[in-house]
Design a protein around this ligand. Structure first.
Ligand code: GLN
Length: 198
């Protein structure tokens, strides 16, 4: 039986995430079928969900318009895993400090959108991630930083002391883009390691 992974495809690095999930599944002996999510009614059939980067204002507006927002909340409430990256992390947060982003509130963090400003638009850094034996090559692009984490949130990685990867229950959020390197370990951590531990 294959797992069904839904990639929210209103915007962002959809095909890269699709490849990373399939490749991570292969490493863990699971076959994965990927579906792109653009409208309501698809999320309830998904085992795993992925929220890519892009522009969080646009993504949150489309999720609300299509009714996908409520479906994602139900998915999380049912304990099913989600990986949210960059703009995806902003959208899942409790607060994005920006009234243009209607956040889902499924990850108890407060984020600062575009925290790096123009000075440091994009860069790559090797970071230590809890649960991974070797450092992960993290690509940051107009990345958000996490300002505050709630009590139930585990910080998985930091960059210069600030949290950049977190987990709360079934939701993993990263401010960097794990789909842009040829290294599916973050997808493994978010999806398959958790399933194996059940
Ligand atoms: N800063 C962007 C936003 O606010 C996110 C950037 C990204 O996903 N690469 O949506």
């Amino acid at each position: 039986m294959s797992l069904r992974a839904g990639v929210v495809a209103v915007q962002g690095d959809v095909s890269e995430h699709a490849e990373a999930i399939v490749s991570s599944g292969e490493r863990h002996g699971e076959s994965v079928e990927v579906i792109e999510i653009r409208s309501g009614g698809v999320v309830p059939d998904c085992d795993l969900l992925l929220l890519p980067g892009g522009e969080s204002t646009t993504i949150s507006r489309l999720l609300a318009r299509e009714g996908i927002d409520a479906e994602i909340r139900d998915h999380v409430a049912a304990g099913k895993p989600v990986l949210a990256t960059c703009a995806g992390l902003i959208v899942t947060a409790t607060d994005a400090n920006d009234e243009r982003v209607d956040t889902l509130g499924v990850l108890d963090v407060t984020v600062d959108r575009n925290a790096f400003g123009r000075q440091r638009d994009s860069f790559e850094a090797g970071i230590e991630v809890a649960g991974l034996a070797e450092p992960f090559p993290a690509v940051f692009i107009r990345a958000p930083l996490i300002d505050e984490v709630g009590e139930g949130v585990e910080v998985l990685a930091r960059w210069e002391g600030r949290p950049v990867a977190v987990r709360e229950g079934p939701v993993v959020g990263t401010s960097f883009h794990p789909e842009l390197t040829d290294d599916p370990r973050i997808h493994g951590l978010a999806f398959f390691d958790a399933l194996a531990a059940e």
